[in-house]
Every structure is written in C-alpha cells, then in structure tokens.
Design a protein around this ligand. Structure first.
Ligand code: HEM
Length: 235
C-alpha cells in the first residue's frame, strides 16, 4: 500500500493537491476582494475590517504563513507538472488539439507557469507594501488601529507605477484563474463532458469578476484623485 507521501507525490495525487490548494486560494482571493471593496463603504469600513483581522493577534500571522505555505505548495507542484509536460513534449505544437471533448487550450492555459510565477512574486511584494508597510494610526471606537485605507489610497493615487503595475498584474490573475478554476474542478473529478463545459463557464465568470473587481481599485483611486473620488469617503 502506498504511503500518504507517495500518494500525494504521484501524478494523480499532485493534480488533486494543485486543485485543492487552488480552490483554497480562490476562496481567500474572494474574501480578500470583499475586504478591499470596503474602501468604497463608510469612511472607517476598511480600517474596521483590518482591525478585526488584527484582533486575531499572533493567529493572523499563523494564518498568513499558512496561506503562504499553501501558495508555495501550489506553485511548486504546478511548476513541476509544467516541467514534466515540457520534458515529454519539448517542441511547441503549431496546432493544439485534444482527445475527446473540445480543446481547452488557450493563451490562458499555455501561460499558467508564467502567470503563476509573476503572481507569487507579486504576493511577496504586495505583503511587504501593504501588510508590513509604514502606516499612520487612526482611532476606531476609541481604539488605535492601523490606517491601512490611507496607505492604499496614498500608494495608488501618488504612483502610476503602482496603479498600472497592480492593474496589469490583476489581468494576469484573471488569465491564471480563467484556466485554473476549470482545471481545479477537473482535477477534483468533475471531468464529465457536460460538467466540464459548465465549470469552464463558471471559471471564466469567476476570473473576470475577480480581475475586474481588483483592477478597478487602483485605477479608480489613481484617476479619481484618491480621497477626491466620488465613491471614496475619507472623513
Ligand atoms: C487592488 C488589489 C489589492 C489590494 C488593494 C490589496 C490590499 C491589501 C491590504 C491592504 C492588505 C493588508 C491587510 C491588513 O493587514 O489589514 C493585504 C494583504 C494581503 N493581500 Fe492583498 N490586495 C490586493 C490584491 C491581492 C491579490 C490579488 C492577492 C493574491 C493573489 C492578495 C494577497 C494578499 C495576502 C496574501 C495578504 C496578507 C494576508 C492579509 O493580511 O489578509 N492581495 N492586501
């Protein structure tokens, strides 16, 4: 009988692990977009959300490190599957075809390794900018808390590099999820012809909503002039 490690590192085991870690990451990204959209809510909504997160104290760091570990496992297995495929098929085909149902080969599927590596580098840079960045403090319900909202607004309204760099990376996020969500569902067993077609549509919709939701934030802040923008209340 194979050990758990042998099962997890087998070809099927690795596909299932990329699928499971991918689903977990998408759930985090949906939750994170919800928190970020609070920037358009009541003046203190985003900082209140951040305060609730920070109230978890050291547990927040346990969650962040756990999340990074899931990210690294997902990237490591994803890259190893990609390298194996490349080794088996070193020449790029001029025409992509698939056995059975219609091919799901697309620019999104062929650039998974590239978009994935860019996203991994982005997350490290991003945590350094926003989770570890220098912040003022504000009072919420008489308690001093980090002014994460001001940091986000200052960063995007004063720097075209950040605003457009983030917007571009969010397009890559959309491209990665466009193929990734469907692929995760297939790896987790929804590979019937009909369910595959439904999951492809579901994956595309999730990818578009998340990419547009995230890229709207830096571009709106940049072009709207930060606190001057109609949808943002700073006081
Ligand atoms: C416009 C896009 C984004 C904005 C404005 C944004 C904003 C933020 C902010 C303000 C924090 C710090 C939260 C706090 O400490 O209170 C944070 C943390 C984080 N962000 Fe983002 N984020 C964006 C996109 C993303 C994307 C696309 C990912 C993943 C692919 C991501 C992953 C993370 C992670 C892993 C953390 C650390 C965990 C946490 O504190 O929640 N972010 N982000």
């Amino acid at each position: 009988m194979p050990t758990l490690l042998q099962a997890a590192t087998s070809q099927v085991g690795r596909k299932i692990l990329t699928g499971l870690t991918g689903v977990f990451l998408v759930l985090f990204i949906i939750f994170h977009l919800g928190g970020n959209l609070a920037i358009f809510g009541e003046p203190d909504a985003m900082n209140r959300y951040s305060m609730i997160l920070h109230d978890f104290g050291p547990l927040l760091w346990v969650a962040r490190i756990g999340l990074l570990a899931v990210f690294l496992i997902h990237a490591w297995i994803g890259i190893s599957i990609w390298l194996k495929k490349r080794k088996a098929r070193p020449e790029n085909y001029a025409v992509y075809s698939s056995k059975g149902g219609p091919s799901k080969q697309s620019l999104s599927s062929r650039t998974m390794a590239f978009t994935g590596i860019v996203l991994l580098i982005f997350v490290i840079f991003h945590i350094n900018t926003f989770a570890l960045g220098d912040m003022e403090t504000v009072l919420i319900d008489g308690r001093e808390t980090h002014d994460v909202k001001a940091l986000v607004i200052d960063t995007f309204s004063n720097s075209a590099f950040y605003a457009f760099g983030y917007a571009f990376t969010m397009l890559l996020l959309g491209a990665h999820l466009g193929h990734g969500v469907w692929s995760a569902f297939i790896s987790l067993g929804m590979s019937g012809k009909k369910s595959s077609a439904i999951m492809y549509t579901v994956g595309t919709v999730i990818a578009i909503v998340l990419a547009v939701g995230f890229l709207f934030i830096p571009l709106y802040i940049y072009f709207g002039g930060g606190c001057e923008a109609a949808l943002i209340q700073c006081t």
